[in-house]
Design a protein around this ligand. Sequence first.
Ligand code: SAH
Length: 255
Amino acid sequence: MLRRRRNGTFASIRFMLKRCTFISLLSFFMLLLHAPPPALTDDFSAARQRKAVREMVEVIRAYGMHDPEILRIMEKVPRHRFVPEENRKYSYHDTPLGIGYGQTISQPYIVAEMTRQLHLTPTSKVLEIGTGSGYQAAVLAEITPHVYSIEIIEPLYERARQTLTENGYEHIRLRHGDGYFGWPESAPFDGIIVTCAAGHIPPPLIEQLAAGGRMIIPVGKRFGTQFLILVIKNSDGTITSRNLMAVRFVPLVRQ
Ligand code: SAH
């Protein structure tokens, strides 16, 4: 009698345990069914993105870029976040891409080489003319927090502000306006990078370059032959310039 009751108690405990296991398993599967899908980075699955980025960095290296810090930055900054939806699948091709309003995000190798030529350190102050998508500004911000950038097309300026903020680069100072005149209140700059082709080097930019500072600027005809020029302001204030390579940039326009 006693035995049977004990057996009965054990049986009901076993039954309750089974029911609990069944219920917890059921809730686990229900949770799985309702859980959000694994995070995708805007159409670019994490694995696909890593592979594409690595291939892009290999292409940049094959072009002759061996600076490990620059290569690390090119691997880190998510270019696809700066490329409009319709071109996103080409984000990690080493080519310029349309960003709307007739403008382009530059070829990654050119971004890397222009950045390297500035010889920036974490305390440098750098000015960019032609924010465009904001990608080049983000690359600069991986070296120094003191980045200033000017864009003449208002909707691009607005969109770059949003993209940079969403991707952790909200400290970059942005301005809507004509970059020909530079940013005199914050001058002098240790580095100036112009990402649109000018007919001549704007004198206000030379003026706003610090002693020992470096400017990198494409100079040449609108949609014609252009050269990437490195301008160095020596410590005595004299200017040295060097032609680095032939390039093709959208033109610097005036307001
Ligand atoms: N650095 C950009 C490339 C942008 S293309 C990026 O990483 O995406 C060049 C940009 O220069 C365009 O957005 C164009 O509108 C801008 N631009 C042209 N003339 C300008 C000027 N006078 N002042 C400021 N921006 C200018």
